[in-house]
Write a protein that binds this ligand. Structure first.
Ligand SMILES: Nc1ncnc2c1ncn2[C@@H]1O[C@H](COP(=O)(O)OP(=O)(O)OP(=O)(O)O)[C@@H](O)[C@H]1O
Ligand SMILES: [Mg+2]
Length: 581
């Protein structure tokens, strides 16, 4: 496609503003050009975070000498063939990037079309300083040096090489995620920082750029509604992070930063994660081109949806459906760190007496060396395990009255009974709420709970909703509430503590959450009260019942705070611990 100057009426419609703010924005423009040129492989070299130099080499379509000259003019582009700025299919569309960069740096561009000769042009802060033949394979090589070196007002806003480098990595990561069919290499100060092969699948590419472990700890999202498709990879809640630094959104193959995404993701994971944990995910929206305006930001990092509500609903609904399908899955393996600790536990002295037994049987001395029994294991008299039917295995015993030990066909499973049960109660409560049928249990003697006045006010304002959830409350003077009934699901739980916790909960979240989110938070607090405490001895039958229910309950892989409810030590891991592998 040849390059032409855009007509005046289009130029005037292009979002105005600074195209190049820092090395990462110049880098983004150059790599986008390489992608638009149909490259199969893109190599990026940076010096000192791009401050010392940026080089981008592609094997795309290349340009002949005349096109190179045009490409460096403002508003000359090959990418809007029919002036349709409402339907942009390429990353670039304004013909502004190269001239903008060349006006604040020394830009060397070398390019060659297949079957043609290579040509070079050098522009130094807007002035052509050299031009002539160049030797290079088909494709394009662009070098940017001395960015802002002659624009002191801009240079002073450059940050350290390290900070600029981090921004460059983010640019490459996003563009490489958007295009798994293209190979990308990033070298920084001569060291290879990123190398991804061409023709990867999307989940492979996302995991390669974020964390290899993501493959086993994520679910695939694929959801279509009203002509919009949401695809991608969503990390399991148990694979969350302390900061929201790994959340990526792409619209029609274009990386975008969007507040809509942040809010939608928070809503979708709302009851699966503690408030200070953030999921890892990469979401790809495919939207009819006329539903989205890409011409709203000078650096092309934001888009505007015609129907933002529809998109938000799709993200929340699609993510939620995918997470629901994850069932009892959690981050399946103990981390390498915790395995390591297990391995190095100094067990030996307890089992091998350092002094010889004095008299009599060796067992006489056992009380000296054995640790006090902290675990109680009840033999499971269950039939031989049929683990194929039971992913979480068959209960073999209970440790520290807190963890269930189960045997599955491929390893040992440890379940945190409180965390697991809490999730089961929440899911049961949700189902009952959805069916409008939360059973209540009337208290024989209504209980008076004393609270501060604002706490009582908050609870009183919510009595209707709380009653729908099975908790019947009445105001009882300025500083007390009367509890008449509690949700039957919760069994004989402590009504007083429940009411106090709910008042706290409402104080913390009342303004921040939507009604639905609030109800969920309340259900979570209730579930916590109704669940099996750590420290309760369970019978084998109770343990097996818990395992079976977990297998069929959505989200049972994590407790209401996003911690795993169970972990598996695979046969392979056990063999490693014993040095057999
Ligand atoms: N790496 C490349 N390979 C082949 N052609 C290129 C390359 N880089 C730029 N071009 C050509 O030069 C033109 C101008 O590039 P430039 O980045 O300035 O504008 P654009 O990509 O058209 O729009 P935008 O300003 O939105 O990026 C492009 O339209 C394209 O035809
Ligand atoms: Mg461009």
């Amino acid at each position: 496609m040849s390059i032409r100057r855009l007509p005046e009426h289009l130029v005037n419609r292009i979002a105005a503003g600074e195209v190049v703010e820092r090395p990462a924005s110049a880098l983004k423009e150059l790599v986008e050009n390489a992608i638009d040129a149909g490259a199969h492989s893109i190599v990026v070299r940076l010096a000192d975070g791009g401050i010392g130099g940026i080089e981008v080499i592609d094997d795309g379509c290349g340009m002949g000498p005349d096109d190179i000259a045009l490409a460096l003019e403002r508003h000359a582009t090959s990418k809007l063939p029919d002036d349709a700025i409402e339907r942009v299919a390429t990353l670039g569309f304004r013909g502004e990037a190269l001239p903008s960069i060349a006006s604040v740096a020394t830009l060397t561009i070398e390019s060659r079309v297949r079957g043609g000769e290579g040509w070079r042009r050098v522009i130094d802060n807007g002035r052509l300083t050299a031009e002539g033949p160049a030797a290079l394979p088909p494709g394009t090589r662009v070098k940017v040096e001395g960015l802002f070196a002659r624009v002191p007002a801009r240079a002073k806003f450059l940050r350290s090489g390290r900070a600029e480098y981090a921004a460059c990595v983010d640019v490459i990561r996003r563009l490489a995620m958007a295009r798994p069919e293209i190979g990308f290499t990033l070298e920084h100060d001569g060291r290879r920082a990123i190398a991804v092969q061409p023709d990867e699948t999307r989940p492979e590419r996302v995991a390669a750029l974020i964390d290899r472990e993501l493959v086993r700890n994520s679910i695939t999202v694929d959801h279509v509604r009203e002509g919009i498709r949401l695809g991608g990879v969503a990390g399991l809640p148990t694979f969350s992070r302390g900061v929201a630094d790994h959340q990526y959104l792409f619209v029609n193959g274009r990386p975008v930063k969007d507040r809509l995404l942040i809010g939608s993701v928070r809503a979708a994971y709302q009851d699966l994660l503690a408030r200070d944990r953030h999921p890892v995910l990469a979401l790809f929206l495919e939207v009819p081109a006329e539903e989205v305006d890409v011409n709203v930001h000078p650096a092309k990092t934001e888009v505007r949806f015609r129907e933002a509500g529809l998109v938000r609903g799709l993200i929340v609904g699609g993510l939620r459906a995918a997470l629901d399908s994850a069932g009892h899955r959690s981050a399946q393996q103990p981390s390498a760190g915790s395995l390591g600790r297990w391995q190095t536990e100094p067990m030996a002295p307890q089992w091998a007496p350092s002094r010889p037994p004095a008299q009599g049987s060796v067992w006489d001395n056992v009380p000296d060396y054995m640790p006090a029994p902290a675990a109680r294991a009840e033999m499971a008299h269950a039939p031989a395990p049929t683990p194929v039917e039971h992913p979480l295995g068959v209960a073999r015993g209970q440790v520290a009255a807190t963890y269930i030990v189960a045997e599955a066909s491929d390893g040992l499973i440890l379940v945190d009974q409180h965390a697991a049960h809490e999730r089961l109660v929440l899911e049961r409560m949700r189902r009952a709420m959805a069916a409008g049928a939360v059973a209540r249990q009337a208290l024989l003697l209504p209980e008076v709970v004393e609270l501060d006045e604002p706490g009582c006010d908050r609870l009183e304002a919510r009595t209707t909703e709380l009653a729908e959830m099975g908790l019947e409350l009445e105001r009882f003077g300025p500083k007390a509430m009367l509890v008449r009934a509690t949700p039957a699901l919760l069994g004989a739980s402590d009504a007083r503590q429940l009411v106090i916790d709910l008042a706290d909960e409402l104080a913390a979240y009342d303004e921040a959450l939507s009604l639905k989110e609030k109800l969920d938070a309340i259900a979570g607090t209730m579930a916590c009260h109704g669940s099996v405490r750590a420290g309760r001895i369970l019978s084998v039958a109770e343990m097996n019942a818990l395992l079976r229910e977990m297998e069929v309950t959505p989200h049972s892989g994590q407790c209401n705070h996003g911690r795993p409810t169970w972990i598996k030590l695979g046969h392979g891991d056990i063999e490693k611990l014993f040095g057999r592998k």
